[in-house]
Design a protein around this ligand. Structure first.
Ligand SMILES: [Zn+2]
Length: 87
């Protein structure tokens, strides 16, 4: 019953809202390339609301990845979100 209160909260990099890990999309950067988290390395989270607002999110993502290729990030983000919804 109280189980969900024990889940650690993670912060969305864009809006800085906190939520449980299962409600957030976990991403990482591999050599300044955006990807889904693969199990190792530094990662960050994106909430479901921010996934709908890519313009806002891209700034935060580029800050995380220290990369400025907005078009590339935008395309990769779209792919990741589409794949995430399929599974
Ligand atoms: Zn957010």
């Amino acid at each position: 019953m109280a189980k969900k209160f024990n889940q650690p909260l993670r912060m969305c990099i864009s809006c800085r809202e906190r939520d449980t890990q299962s409600n957030l999309l976990r991403l990482q950067c591999v050599e300044t390339q955006l990807s889904l988290f693969r199990g190792t390395g530094r990662s960050f989270y994106l909430c479901k609301i921010c996934q709908q607002d890519q313009k806002k999110v891209l700034k935060a993502l580029m800050r995380q990845c220290k990369s400025g290729d907005k078009d590339k990030f935008s395309n990769i983000l779209k792919e990741i979100i589409t794949d995430d919804r399929k599974s």
